[in-house]
Design a protein around this ligand. Structure first.
Ligand code: F6R
Length: 364
């Protein structure tokens, strides 16, 4: 039942504080601010992991891309991320000591399942990050970490994504800890940040009316560009995917630093550019991209840290409560989900059942 919400997607966006909180409970000891995902809890030899391969499709693939930044930074293990439909046909060798992580909301995606079977045939350990218990991927993986998103009805994935990120953030910290790369202070700091995320998502949801108005003003655009850097680059990709899926407006996500290598040619008054620009180590670089867009007459929607001056006037600004850089991607996707949602509602598309899309892709 979606009441009092108008669409399942909207309900699921609003459920995120709760389901991220539920998912976190399984992965951390809140009282002592430590990670509880461990070798024994997962049943896999995390300390021995030499390399990680992450395979998934669509939104789950974007979660995997964020995880690459997290695992490489925290655990100092090299990570490869691939879309399942490419990975499975490439016949890639997996080095001994590699861990494969497959991410799937449904646990039934045909290409992701095939990638899992390929890795297992090579004797690799496979860890599933799955939302549907007893799904095929859950049953076939050596171990599973569950996203406790509950049933996701809207075809466009929202709460499954933020809970995937929650699991993957904790897994990155667990890997780092198992490998002796995580100091107790950093563990405490990151866990405290993660614990704040549900309340901070609530705060992002208070921008709903504003994003509805931004959507109203931009709904007639024929294309959008989404930019981000670092772990926010996959968030930009996810923002573009959400918009494409439900509003049928073409959108492209780009690493902000790549803009000058091509897409800058597209910038004019007609193409809105959504920039994910929290106050992090790469903030100034991203702001210089915003300046380049403004200098060419582009319209900018800036998602930035509330209370921090960005030094550049965007056309629309959405201020997000400050949070630690590590957990920030979990927070910054929600304004993009809401923007896509409102543009689709303004356009009158079928938000929960967009044309040509299926919730679970069990065919190749
Ligand atoms: C996007 C979306 C799809 C799925 C993809 C993978 O909103 O829903 O891109 O993310 O089909 O599905 P799962 O996670 O079930 O393997």
């Amino acid at each position: 039942e979606k009441w009092p919400y108008r669409h399942y997607m909207q309900k699921e966006i609003y459920e995120q504080p709760t389901v991220v909180g539920e998912t976190l409970k399984n992965l951390i000891h809140a009282a002592d601010r430590t990670i509880s995902v461990s070798q024994t809890a997962v049943g896999l030899d995390l300390a021995a992991v030499q390399a990680v391969t992450i395979v998934a499709c669509g939104t789950s693939y974007h979660a995997g891309m964020v995880a690459k930044y997290w695992i490489e930074q925290q655990a100092r293990v090299p990570v490869n991320v691939d879309v399942a439909s490419e990975y499975r046909y490439r016949n890639t060798p997996m080095a001994a000591g590699s861990l494969m992580i497959v991410i799937s909301q449904s646990g039934e995606t045909a290409d992701t399942l095939a990638a899992l079977r390929h890795a297992k045939a090579q004797g690799q350990q496979v860890l599933g990050v799955v939302n549907v218990p007893e799904s095929t991927i859950d049953r076939e993986a050596d171990a599973t970490l569950y996203t406790l998103a509950g049933p996701e009805i809207g075809v466009a994935s929202t709460k499954a994504f933020t809970t995937q990120l929650t699991v993957l953030a904790c897994l990155a910290l667990a890997l780092a800890k198992a490998r002796g790369q995580l100091s107790p202070e950093d563990e405490r700091r990151h866990v405290e940040d993660l614990l704040q995320i549900p309340a901070r998502i609530e705060q992002v949801l208070t921008h709903d009316d504003k994003l509805q108005e931004v959507g109203r003003q931009l709904m007639h655009a024929s294309g959008f560009l989404f930019l981000g850097r670092g772990a926010q680059f996959p968030i930009a990709l996810e923002g573009a995917l959400k918009l494409k899926e439900i509003s049928y407006i073409h959108a492209e996500g780009y690493a902000a630093g790549e803009m000058k290598h091509g897409p800058i040619a597209l910038i004019d008054e007609e193409l809105p550019v959504v920039v994910v620009a929290p106050k992090d180590g790469l903030h100034e670089k991203t702001i210089s991209n915003v300046e380049e867009v403004k200098a060419r007459g582009g319209r900018v929607v800036m998602i930035h840290t509330a209370g921090e001056s960005t030094g550049v006037a965007a056309d629309f600004e959405v201020g997000i409560a400050p949070c630690g850089e590590f957990a920030a991607p979990i927070l910054y996707v929600t304004p993009l989900q809401l923007l896509a949602y409102h543009i689709a509602v303004h356009k009158g598309t079928d938000v929960d059942q967009p044309r040509n899309l299926a919730k679970s892709v069990t065919v190749e």
